[in-house]
Design a protein. Structure first.
Length: 238
């Protein structure tokens, strides 16, 4: 497989990475996925990944031939090094630096490094992630400048020609829902609602119009507000 036609998607099982996976499947001839277990508080996302991948294959058979191996990498060392609201039972709030306590320092830097190593071995020339700085929680490593810097570092450090793609970078959450609709129609929107997981607290006991979650954490609030704006343009999609 030509590296120019093969992509590796950083896949968490959430709304953003699922939408990015659909984007990759419409863009590249071969797509593999990688997930990271870092002892996250919302580890239920690791189970949701399996459900999302199975449902994608069933609902979108034209993508099945393009969808390759899925791998899960143990990054528990990240949990040991960080004390955040995503890795500990810590209150979600703003810290003294003006960052949310859900910020895990270096997480995306480490994710992209590990993904680059895997992509190098698997012959994939493209890395795809759901990072966004338009409608987000303010994480520094989600910013476009950080991703561009990582692309330079990976290519220099591995003597490679990786291209890092962030299809959601300049989209708000309403536009992310719209992108899912454009890529896979109402079936993909339904899959995102029913199968993906975004809630920081790992709550899947409460069903909302936009999917499952506590409804109160920053991730749920972003997803809910975006879905409400999305429905203003597509009210019949529920």
């Amino acid at each position: 497989m030509d590296p120019a036609n093969k992509a590796l998607v950083l896949f968490s099982g959430g709304q953003d990475s699922t939408t990015c996976l659909a984007w990759a499947l419409t863009t590249f001839a071969s797509v593999e996925t990688v997930a990271f277990d870092y002892g996250q508080r919302h580890a239920i996302e690791l189970e949701c990944q399996k459900s999302v991948l199975a449902e994608l294959k069933q609902q979108f058979p034209h993508w099945t031939a393009r969808l390759g191996a899925h791998r899960q990498i143990d990054l528990s060392v990240l949990n040991e090094l960080s004390e955040t609201a995503l890795t500990r039972d810590v209150r979600i709030e703003m810290d003294e630096r003006g960052l949310p306590t859900t910020f895990v320092p270096g997480r995306n830097i480490l994710f992209l490094t590990m993904a680059g190593i895997l992509a190098y071995r698997r012959g994939a020339g493209h890395l795809v992630g759901g990072m966004c700085e338009t409608d987000y929680s303010g994480y520094p490593d989600c910013r476009d400048d950080a991703i561009k810097a990582m692309q330079v570092a990976l290519n220099l450090g591995m003597d490679a020609r990786f291209v890092l793609h962030t299809p959601l970078m300049w989209r708000d959450k309403a536009a992310t829902w719209t992108l899912a609709r454009d890529l896979g129609g109402p079936p993909l929107v339904d899959l995102v609602r029913e199968r993906t997981h975004t809630c920081y607290l790992g709550d899947r006991s409460q069903r909302h119009d936009w999917g499952y979650g506590c409804g109160q954490c920053p991730a749920c609030e972003l997803r809910g507000r975006g879905h409400a704006r999305f429905l203003q343009s597509f009210p019949d999609i529920l």
